[in-house]
Structures are given as structure tokens and as C-alpha cells.
Design a protein around this ligand. Structure first.
Ligand code: NAI
Ligand code: MG
Length: 339
């Protein structure tokens, strides 16, 4: 049976990598019936708004989205579309796996999943200036909030993720030594949730700065990490760096009734239109989308094809110091899927 899904090709390299991914998914016989819509700069140019109603309606109807990167224009007054989608559709969990795909890197066998709280914390963007001594911008004030309910929900999501995916350990990452209330509530509620999983999933706690250091020198100490919005944003770029960079980093925004799958990287305007973008981050994200609809069998086929192309054929795009084009990688993946 075919499942309806919304496809947003996105801006910059978005259309190139999306077209590569859709071609590969077709060869994989992925059961998606795509509703293609526009968002981002493409939509601003065509409809004067970054998220047209027809696009929003399709997302509401399908509850399942594959999204290319969207350019957030600077200084136009448009709020980040990614942040808007996360908040509007209550996509509270951002799942960012970092797994070794490329052999002979700094580390082998990295397998870390960061679960980032996606709608609260400092990204509530409660910021403003406070005037002083005739300077209207003398003080920049920033604030945020963490609710007990949301701390409970995100930590529970992480432990449930660990159970379902046969993981052993969840590390709560916080800064409760300094932010005793703001980060302390997350730690307190996290410990409470963890008790329900005692004997099944191991609990560890780390202060975020120490965690950043340890991720670099001893990444094998980590399994599933759960943390608040800003810390998760930063640490997930760090873990992407451990496995080859942004061209290899997928992400999923998950809510109760909706999920948006994307690459962690942006629209890469510096290489857009050249045919050299790495499609793997979005492709691995589409693999997460297949697991999400219960087709782990297809995720495994896709993972095997990526392994074949990267490890055995040795193909690499420019971001991985290779010279393969998006088209080369796409053709090699299609060939790998059929052998
Ligand atoms: P970026 O991720 O687009 O690019 C950073 C660097 O990585 C560039 O040198 C780029 O060429 C390279 N790169 C990124 N993805 C690549 C790929 N798949 N293959 C090969 N090289 C790749 O970040 P930047 O330049 O800060 O942002 C550009 C635009 O993207 C901005 O408008 C930003 O707001 C938006 N953005 C959108 C995101 C999303 O839709 N989820 C996430 C991050 C940024
Ligand atoms: Mg980020």
C-alpha cells in the first residue's frame, strides 16, 4: 500500500539532492506517494510567503514530510521556517544519529544518537534590548523556558527510543551546576523518568561542556544522548563532524502525529546548481523515514547500498575530499541496489 507523503525540495542544493533521493527511493520501491509543494525562497518568490497554505495543508494531511534545506533570508522579517514548522506542529523531538559510514576516519564504529528537545529552551527566543544611557541597544536580554511536562516527554522519548532500538544507555546532558533551575528541572525530571527504565536502560549524566570534550576524545562512551534545545543543536554538529561532516548528517523532527525528515545541513548556496552536492545526508534521512513507517527492511537495503558505494566503490563527493558528482553517487547507488 502506498503512503502519502509531502515532498519539499527546498532551496539551493535542495532540488538536486531531493531529485537524487527520490530516484533512489523509486528504485528501492519505497511505498511513498509524493505530494510535492514549495516552501522557503521558492515560495517567497512565487507566493510572497515562505509557507503557503497549500503546503501547510498537505503537511497536515499527510503528517509525513521529506524536506530539502530551506534558505532563511536574513533581514526580511521572515522567521526561520524550520523553527516555525517545529513549533506549529509540536515536533518536540529532534533525532540526530551520527554513525560511521566512511572507513579510516578519525574513529571507526561511531554510533551515537542525539535526541534534542526541539521547541523549548533558549530557542523560545524571548529576547529584547534594554535601553541604558541613551543607547537603545545597551543591554541584550535573552531568556527561555523549560516546562516539566516537556522535559518528561523528551526524556521519555529518548528512553523509548533506546528500548525500541536495542540501545543500552541514555546520557542526560545538562548544565544544572550553574543553571540550577533552568537546566535543573530537566535533570530532575529526567532522573524521574529514568527510574521507570531501571534495569533495562542504563542512565548516565554529563555536564554539557565536559560532554563536548569527552565526545571528541572518547566517543565510544556514548550511545543515546538526550538534552535541551541549544545544547543538542551544538553537540549534534560536533557528532556530525566525528563521522565526516554535514554531508553525512540526517535528522528527524518527530511529534505525536507528524514527522519531518531532513538533512542537518543548509541550502549550501556556495555550491548550488553545480551538481556536486552530497545527497547522502538527505538519503540517510529518507532511510529514517522508511523505519518510521515500519519498513526497516528497506532501510537495511538502503544502508547496504550506501556501504557498497562508499566503502567498496570508494566514491566520495567533494565535501569528503572526493571528485564524484551527485549524479555519479546516484547512479552507483542505483546499481548497488540492483545487485
Ligand atoms: P550550509 O549547511 O548550507 O553550508 C555550510 C557548508 O557546508 C558550505 O560550504 C556548503 O557548501 C557545505 N555543505 C552543506 N551541505 C552540503 C552537501 N550536502 N554536500 C556538500 N557540501 C555541503 O550552511 P550555511 O551556509 O550556514 O546556510 C545556508 C542557508 O541554509 C541559510 O539560509 C540557512 O538559514 C539555511 N539552513 C537551513 C537549514 C535547514 O533547512 N534545515 C539548516 C541550516 C541552514
Ligand atoms: Mg544547527
Amino acid at each position: 500500500d502506498m503512503i502519502s507523503a509531502t515532498l519539499l525540495p527546498g532551496d539551493g542544493i535542495g532540488p538536486e539532492i531531493t531529485s537524487s533521493v527520490i530516484t533512489i527511493l523509486d528504485h528501492l520501491k519505497a511505498p511513498f506517494k509524493w505530494e510535492q509543494h514549495i516552501a522557503g525562497m521558492a515560495a517567497i518568490n512565487q507566493c510572497g510567503t515562505p509557507l503557503p497554505d497549500t503546503t501547510l495543508q498537505s503537511i497536515k494531511n499527510t503528517g509525513l514530510v521529506l524536506k530539502g534545506p530551506l534558505t532563511t533570508p536574513v533581514g526580511t522579517g521572515f522567521k526561520s521556517i524550520n523553527v516555525t514548522l517545529r513549533q506549529q506542529f509540536d515536533l518536540y523531538a529532534n533525532v540526530r544519529p551520527a554513525r560511521t559510514v566512511i572507513p579510516n576516519g578519525r574513529y571507526e564504529n561511531i554510533d551515537i544518537v542525539i535526541i534534542r528537545e526541539n521547541i523549548e529552551g533558549l530557542y523560545a527566543a524571548l529576547e529584547h534590548y534594554i535601553p541604558l544611557d541613551n543607547d537603545p541597544h545597551a543591554v541584550a536580554y535573552g531568556g527561555g523556558f523549560n516546562t516539566r511536562k516537556e522535559c518528561n516527554r523528551i526524556v521519555r522519548f529518548a528512553f523509548e527510543y533506546a528500548v525500541k532500538n536495542n540501545r543500552k544507555k541514555v546520557t542526560l546532558v545538562h548544565k544544572a551546576n550553574i543553571l540550577k533551575i533552568f537546566s535543573g528541572l530537566f535533570l530532575e525530571e529526567g532522573r524521574r523518568v529514568a527510574q521507570e527504565y531501571q534495569g533495562r536502560i542504563l542512565l548516565e549524566e554529563r555536564i554539557v561542556d565536559a560532554c563536548a570534550m569527552e565526545l571528541v576524545i572518547k566517543p565510544e562512551n556514548y550511545d543515546v544522548i538526550v538534552t535541551t534545545n541549544l545544547f543538542g543543536d551544538i553537540l549534534s554538529d560536533l557528532t556530525a563532524g566525528l563521522v565526516g561532516g554535514l554531508g553525512m548528517a540526517p535528522g528527524a523532527n518527530i511529534g505525536e502525529n507528524m514527522a519531518i525528515f531532513e538533512a542537518v545541513h543548509g541550502s549550501a548556496p556556495d555550491i548550488a546548481g553545480q551538481g556536486v552536492a552530497n545527497p547522502l545526508a538527505l538519503l540517510i534521512a529518507s532511510g529514517m523515514m522508511l523505519s518510521h513507517i515500519g519498513r526497516q527492511d528497506l532501510t537495511h537495503k538502503l544502508t547496504a547500498a550506501i556501504h557498497q558505494v562508499i566503502t567498496h566503490d570508494g566514491l566520495r563527493t567533494r565535501d569528503l575530499n572526493g571528485s564524484a558528482t551527485t549524479h555519479d553517487i546516484t547512479q552507483a547507488l542505483i546499481k548497488a541496489l540492483h545487485t
